[in-house]
Ligand binder design. Structure first.
Ligand SMILES: C[S@@+](CC[C@H](N)C(=O)[O-])C[C@H]1O[C@@H](n2cnc3c(N)ncnc32)[C@H](O)[C@@H]1O
Length: 202
């Protein structure tokens, strides 16, 4: 990552921290990922050559920039959803500053309604919005996941009660292995690897 993009990410994160310290309403907070979690996501995208990314919870685009930068290196794209119009505009401006706007489709609205209409397929899904709706969103997305897919969710340690249903859902998915990584606020990682069927040669 070049220094200019690193500097922009640091600026956005620090601005988010300052904003969140004084914002009264929760919906006005940026609630950005910890930088180490965002970096881990970008490593997973790059190392796994993931190209069809979906993020639920854009905020001002901090994590979206990390994902978009990684996706671009793989020739991929990101769809990112947020219900707040103000955050949608901030993310739009920040992605333009990062010269990554062309890699990202920003969608404004309620994530559950939106994912129901997304064609996919996705090989990387990151849940970072309202944890109560995440199980329903995951179930809607299941037919639109690639055989080899990573499904992640933040806030396992920070919001254990809110994320419990999501964790139960993901842990019960057949063919997925699941773990919780002690990074940032606790990152749920589910991985399915279904190799394409080998051709039997006689
Ligand atoms: C934790 S913040 C996302 C932070 C962002 N991923 C980052 O690291 O910069 C959660 C975001 O999800 C959005 N959100 C919450 N519930 C939502 C829903 N049901 N549909 C769409 N967006 C939602 C909020 O407006 C908020 O901006």
């Amino acid at each position: 990552m070049d220094q200019q993009l690193q500097a922009l990410l640091t600026e956005l994160y620090e601005e988010g921290q300052r904003n969140d310290a004084q914002a009264q309403e929760r919906r006005k907070k940026r609630l950005n990922l910890e930088p180490e979690t965002a970096q881990l996501l970008s490593v997973l995208v790059r190392s796994g050559k993931r190209t069809r990314l979906l993020e639920i919870g854009t905020s001002n685009g901090y994590s979206t920039i990390w994902l978009a930068w990684a996706a671009r290196l793989n020739g991929g794209t990101v769809i990112s959803i947020d219900r707040e119009a103000e955050k949608h505009q901030l993310a739009d401006a920040n992605l333009r500053r990062a010269s990554l706007r062309d890699v990202v489709q920003l969608v404004q609205g309620d994530a559950t309604s939106i994912v129901a209409d997304l064609a996919g397929p996705f090989d990387f899904v990151f849940f970072d919005a309202d944890r109560f709706s995440a199980p329903a969103q995951l179930n809607l997305l299941l037919p639109r996941l690639t055989p080899d897919v990573l499904v992640l969710a933040d806030n396992v340690h920070s919001h254990p009660d809110e994320i419990a249903d999501y964790l139960a859902t993901v842990q019960n998915l057949p063919d997925f292995e699941h773990m919780v990584l002690p990074v940032g606020k606790g990152l749920s990682l589910a991985y399915r690897h279904q190799p394409s069927q080998s051709v039997c040669r006689s």
